[in-house]
Ligand binder design. Sequence first.
Ligand SMILES: Cc1cc2nc3c(=O)[nH]c(=O)nc-3n(C[C@H](O)[C@H](O)[C@H](O)COP(=O)(O)O)c2cc1C
Length: 181
Amino acid sequence: MRIEIAPEESYHLINHGPCNLLTTGDGARRNVAPINWTMPLNNDPPLMLTVVEEGIFTDTLLRANGEFVINVVGEPLAAKVLVCGRSHGSETDKFETVGLTPAASKKVKPPYLKESLAHIECQPVNRHPYDGVTIYVGRVVHAEVEEAFWTGKTLDAEKAKTIHHLSGGTFAVSDRVIRVR
Ligand SMILES: Cc1cc2nc3c(=O)[nH]c(=O)nc-3n(C[C@H](O)[C@H](O)[C@H](O)COP(=O)(O)O)c2cc1C
C-alpha cells in the first residue's frame, strides 16, 4: 500500500544528499551554516547551486559577495552541523562558539573548514529569487579532498561517512557502497 504525502512534506523523500557546511564571507565578515539544498548543476563548466532562505546571515553575505565554499563533512561533525543550523552568524561567531577552524581558501574570500573532508570553492555566476529563498549559482574555481577519502575517482563514501539529513536531528550515514553491472 502506498500512502499519500502532503506536497510540503515530499522533499523528505529526496532530502538526503550529503549535508554540507556552507562557508560565506566578504573578507570582513564570515559565516558557517548547514545548507542541505546544495547540489551540482553542471560538470563542464563546473557549476554548483545552493538554495538559501531569504534574510539569514548566509543570504546577507551571499548578496554582498556571492562567493561560497561547500565543506563536505562526515559523521563526527553531525552534532556541530545541528548547532550551526540553530544559531545565526549575525549574532555569534559560529566558528568560535561551535568549535570549527576557518582556514584561508585558495581562490575565494570565504574560509574553508579545516575539519572538513573536502571543500569546493565557488565564485558567483548568478542568483535567482523565489518566494522566501534565493538560488545562488557558483562556478567551481578550486576543490580539494583529503587523500585518505578519495578513491582516485570518487569520494570514498564508506570511509567518509557523509551525513544525509532526513529531518530535525535525524541523519542517514553513508557507510556502505555497492557496485552493480
Ligand atoms: C541539517 C540542516 C540543513 C539545513 N539546510 C538548509 C538549506 O538547505 N537552506 C537553508 O536556507 N537553510 C538550511 N538550514 C537552516 C540554516 O542552516 C540556518 O537557518 C542557518 O544556520 C542560519 O544561520 P545564519 O543566519 O548564520 O545563516 C538547515 C539547517 C540544518 C540543521
